[in-house]
Design a protein. Structure first.
Length: 231
């Protein structure tokens, strides 16, 4: 059992994969390369499950901010495994202000949320109203993951369409949300694109992602392309 941060860092470095580290530096460009050790995701998920099982994860969750990207990933994976809903939301409240990259944000998905959609929706509304970019991104991601199928309601894309941000990673998530929404709820979501309810960049990116999707028909793709904003 790891007793302190030094033990944890030794463990992480023992799992280092330098080629994987180089790839991570390229795909997560907005954080310091020195903060990336290069530990593969399955290894971190296994560590998170082991820490949950051993019951020794709470001290680690208190130690914010973390030094390494992998510690943030580990933190996200631990939160994803927490089985108590109240604890899950509380740990998210403490951790989200420290999330500083898309990978940590997007790979954090508490399993407990699937059984508690009403409570989740209340928190999503809080998250997307945040001034912190990755908190907003997380909120939109949770809306995309949990509310585009049987729990879908047109008021949800309405909520997302009203968001405006100067942050690239927020706008990319909004575009991703609408591309996924078009694939799953085409007739309901199409008017948001037809009426150009998003800012121009996000509008065009949503169309681009939709056109790249196998879940969109060729006729739908052709029509969506006709709706692109040209300058």
């Amino acid at each position: 059992m790891m007793k302190n941060k030094t033990d944890l860092h030794k463990k992480l470095y023992s799992l280092q994969d330098l080629k994987y580290r180089d790839m991570q530096i390229r795909i997560v460009p907005n954080i310091s390369p020195e903060s990336i050790i290069g530990v593969r995701t399955p290894e971190l998920r296994t560590m998170a499950k082991d820490m949950i099982k051993a019951g020794n994860y709470k001290d680690f969750l208190k130690e914010l901010p973390h030094k390494y990207f992998e510690e943030n990933q580990l933190h996200a994976f631990i939160i994803s495994e927490i089985k108590d809903l109240k604890e899950s939301f509380e740990e998210l409240r403490k951790f989200l202000p420290y999330v500083d990259n898309w990978a940590t944000c997007d790979q954090m998905s508490p399993k407990i949320f699937k059984k508690h959609k009403d409570e989740l929706l209340l928190h999503i509304k809080e998250w997307i109203g945040s001034e912190m970019a990755y908190t907003v991104r997380f909120g939109v991601g949770m809306l995309m993951e949990h509310f585009l199928d049987e729990d879908y309601d047109p008021k949800y894309p309405e909520m997302v369409s009203r968001l405006r941000s100067d942050e690239y990673y927020v706008n990319m998530m909004i575009a991703w949300y609408f591309a996924t929404a078009l694939a799953k709820q085409y007739e309901s979501v199409l008017p948001f694109i037809e009426q150009k309810r998003l800012d121009d960049w996000t509008h065009n990116k949503a169309i681009q992602k939709s056109v790249e999707s196998r879940r969109i028909t060729e006729d739908q793709k052709a029509y969506l392309k006709s709706l692109k904003v040209t300058r």
